[in-house]
Design a protein around this ligand. Structure first.
Ligand SMILES: N[C@@H](CCC(=O)N[C@@H](CS)C(=O)NCC(=O)O)C(=O)O
Length: 201
């Protein structure tokens, strides 16, 4: 299988960390493709032109990091997404909140890298308020995931790492000790260290 990634993509990082955590490296080859280069291999795998995408032998290509993670998780025990019951919805809910945090952070950055006369403060403000609200909610609920080793906790750690990378002035650690603790713990894991976005990118 080929996992098409960019080294700066937090959605790809989630999948890449899961591959490492589950010891799936022998089965999954990482292929770097910068989405904005529109490389044929990426566009063939994903008409949306986005990373990550997972090509499989004799099976359809999977896109969208939650779907890719579910598939990777199904390949081996222990499961990082519980198969059923309230725990499953808790983990998937935290993944959705974390991915949404990433969506807002990317939306904000897209707005800020435009030429100054094309930027809309309205959108930057809206995204920043969404980020702040989501951080507060996750902090309030941090007892539900802080000791967990599952896809929900991993997704939150990846989203926080992306804030450090693209929105450090958010100072997200301030007032969020539960999230800061979670991030510090995940930062010690080889899967996390091995997938840090390259500095300067
Ligand atoms: N929901 C998708 C989002 C994927 C996504 O937006 N990836 C970004 C990279 S971080 C991308 O490829 N952007 C290129 C584009 O929007 O054209 C997922 O979870 O995989």
């Amino acid at each position: 299988m080929k996992l098409i990634i960019s080294e700066t993509s937090p959605y790809a990082r989630k999948c890449r960390a899961l591959v490492r955590e589950k010891g799936l490296q022998p089965k999954v080859q990482e292929v770097v493709s910068i989405p904005f280069d529109d490389a044929p291999e990426l566009l063939e795998a994903n008409p949306l032109g986005k990373v990550p995408a997972l090509t499989r032998d004799n099976a359809s290509t999977l896109i969208d990091s939650p779907l890719i993670c579910e598939f990777l998780d199904s390949l081996d025990e222990p499961r990082w997404v519980p198969a059923s019951g309230p725990a499953r919805w808790r983990v998937l809910r935290f993944q959705s909140l974390a991915d949404g945090l990433v969506d807002l952070t990317i939306g904000r950055r897209i707005e800020l890298v435009r030429d100054e006369n094309l930027r809309y403060d309205f959108w930057v403000g809206r995204q920043e308020r969404g980020i702040a609200r989501t951080l507060d909610l996750l902090e309030d609920e941090s007892d539900k995931f802080s000791g967990a080793v599952d896809l929900g906790a991993l997704s939150i750690a990846v989203a926080l790492g992306y804030l450090d990378f693209r929105y450090p002035e958010s100072n997200w650690r301030d007032g969020h000790p539960g999230l800061a603790g979670l991030f510090a713990r995940w930062s010690e894991r080889p899967s996390f260290q091995d997938t840090v976005p390259p500095s300067g990118a």
